[in-house]
Design a protein around this ligand. Sequence first.
Ligand code: NAP
Ligand code: HSE
Length: 446
Amino acid sequence: MATSPETSADGPPDKPDNSAVVNIGLMGFGVVGTGVAAHILGSNFSMADVTGRTVNLKKVLVRDASLTRDVELPAGVLTTNAEDILTDPDIHIVVEVMGGTDPAENYIKQALSSGKHIVTANKEVMAKLGPELMTLARQNNANLLFEASVGGGIPIVGCMMNELAANDIRSIRSIINGTTNYILTKMAHEGTAFKEALGEAQALGYAESDPTNDIEGIDASYKLTILASLAYRRSFQPSEVYCEGISKLEPQDFRYAEELGYAIKSLAIANLEEGAVQLRVYPALVPAEHMLAKVDGVYNAVEVDGSLCGPVLFHGMGAGRAPTTSAIIGDVVEAVRKMGSNSPLLEPHNGTELTVRPIGDLVSRYYVRLEVADHPGVLAQIAQILGDGQISIAAVLQRDTHPETESAEIVITTHPAREQSMQNALKAMTDLPQVKRVSNTLRIEE
Ligand code: NAP
Ligand code: HSE
């Protein structure tokens, strides 16, 4: 995988860098950036002990230099001018923890083009531009490391690239958004309202600057894109991931799920079947005894099923300052160690072009919650629609009736059915005058 000094045909000749002092330019000094800076500056951890070189934090880029920060920097280190990092030939490694694509994308490209190594936590940039950036890194004999972009402190990216590389990956089933999992746990176990739980996740530093990315599944779809691209050696795009968020969940869904023996978890799944990959992120019912149902709070879990290793489970804190700092510092250590040999760690994906299976082809069990008129014969009409779509009912629950509005809430679970048939049936149910609302539809992952 790594390009040897002789084979870097399309890049500048290798010049092994043996500097005794390695200078870091840190772009971003928020939740993650302050953790990284504190760790590099801290007296309890010596980079020299693990890398053999002195690691120096030379510049830290922010937007607003007047803000009060948790971590004190030596005089002259803070800057609002990115060029202080990008054009400084003595800065060897750029750690990008700003987030978003603009201006992060350009800064990363500029840094790589001048042979600087990049360590980034930016899942959006890596999901959308990973292969292009890897090519640029290779052409410039630079390393591009992104362990922190998926799973916080869980060392999953490196394992996908190295330790699991011998496997054909059959599937990845994961919980990879800490904010979402924190909210779902609070709603399920403590009855916390959605907004309150989100506010707590933001205060704890778990959420993205725009938490829409977390709660609508976008952040998880970026991470799944990265994992799938590593697993299947094809450059997937986030737009190829079918994505639903958790914002439609209501307290009753947690009650019904528990009664039926399930937990609600936001899952990110990639699986390969008959030469096609299916990529999906959505909240789903998971059997209460399944290990993914027991992953709570900010914890993430990734189960990788490989042809040789079988199912391997990774579990750990998926967001927050400390776990993300762990992943970033690990990458910095790796980049420093690799500097002497100038052997890039990554090649762009060049695997076979697998197709992506549309979500309509999914076969799943379903949970449907409906608000209907509390009249005789309504259930029969719904059953007829499901029957017409070859969808077999597994169970029906009716708990809440509202005499004042003559309405009732019913929950139906089904046996395995095709997604497209289910979507057609839901549309037909919505068109029934007796159905006031299809309140929620969730897939049941067994
Ligand atoms: P954050 O707290 O919002 O910090 C962002 C930092 O970047 C701030 O210091 C900000 O400067 C700086 N910044 C943003 N845009 C800038 C610009 N145009 N020019 C200069 N500086 C700019 O974000 P975060 O939570 O640390 O996350 C950073 C990255 O890590 C994101 O890609 C995120 O997805 C990823 N990540 C976060 C976590 C987590 O748990 N938080 C975990 C894994 C990965 P000011 O301070 O002056 O505003
Ligand atoms: N906002 C992200 C999450 C941060 O909650 O998982 C970690 O990538």
